[in-house]
Write a protein that binds this ligand. Structure first.
Ligand code: FE
Ligand code: FE
Ligand code: ZN
Length: 277
């Protein structure tokens, strides 16, 4: 079985997100740990987090997939931006400890012309400073579309990051269907081939979560524009196949499609129907 959820607003706090998820037919969800553009996080509230834990246990939720702000760039060419990113991640991970055992997903970064090698070095050095061997959160590197100077647009680049970590057991991958497709992996024509390549290069045991999106653009476009399920270039048939693919079983599937709450509800219902067929 898989768990289904969408991105939810953190504005009402932890328990409120759980209640929203339940109402929407979800058994996992994603949320931004702070304003997606960066900036201050809410003060931690242990009671609220505990209430969410209770709700999730009673409703048999799967692991949550928290998302770091988009602007967090561990391999910026500006030292102040790198430090800010690292401090944000360290702070997010401290707050994630109130919800033990979930996922914290982030975009590896953009090297902005400094070169892939330098980018990977900066990312791994920062991760080695903020990741502790005792933490219960698993940090996820997101597969990227390879837009601009984004690091993580190929499975090899993600492998390279994992290889240089002091605690690789604390780090996994979030497989974003729109990004992988935009990055040039043909999940429509050859999904088995793409997942076999992922397994050979990274290992499917490292694939911890899926961002489930259609794409506005063709394979290899490197654009990163999400689309509603079945309305983009990936299409319903290919998405259905991925949702039901045995290699992706047991993972949380998170919608990041351009939708409001009602739209997400509809897509969750469609996904449940695909799973039941
Ligand atoms: Fe993302
Ligand atoms: Fe994503
Ligand atoms: Zn994206």
């Amino acid at each position: 079985m898989v768990w289904l959820g969408s991105h939810l607003s953190f504005s009402g706090g932890y328990e409120s997100m759980g209640q929203t998820a339940l109402r929407m037919g979800e058994d996992t969800f994603a949320f931004f740990t702070r304003n997606p553009r960066g900036g201050k996080a809410k003060a931690p509230d242990g009671e609220d987090a505990a209430a969410l834990e209770t709700l999730m246990a009673e409703a048999h939720f799967g692991p949550l997939v928290a998302h770091a702000p988009y602007t967090m760039n561990l391999c910026s060419d500006k030292p102040s931006v790198r430090t800010f990113a690292e401090d944000m991640m360290a702070d997010d991970l401290r707050r994630m400890a109130m919800l033990p055992g979930h996922f914290y997903n982030f975009h590896p970064g953009s090297h902005v012309g400094q070169g892939l090698e330098n980018g990977i070095t900066m990312i791994t050095e920062a991760l080695n400073r903020v990741i502790s061997p005792t933490m219960t959160t698993t940090v996820l590197l997101e597969t990227m579309a390879g837009k601009g100077s984004e690091v993580g647009g190929s499975f090899e680049e993600l492998r390279e990051i994992l290889d240089r970590l002091d605690h690789p057991e604390k780090v996994g991958i979030c497989f974003d269907t729109c990004h992988v497709w935009d990055g040039g992996y043909d999940i429509v024509g050859d999904p088995d081939g793409v997942l076999t390549a992922f397994d050979a290069i990274i290992g499917l045991d490292k694939l911890k979560a899926v961002h489930f999106n259609d794409s506005k653009n063709p394979c290899g476009s490197r654009k990163d524009r999400h689309e509603k399920l079945g309305q983009g270039c990936i299409g319903e048939e290919a998405l259905k196949r991925l949702l039901r693919h045995p290699a992706l079983d047991g993972r949380p599937f998170i919608l990041e499609t351009p939708n409001d709450e009602a739209g997400y509800c509809e897509e969750i219902a469609v996904m449940r129907q695909w799973l039941a067929e």
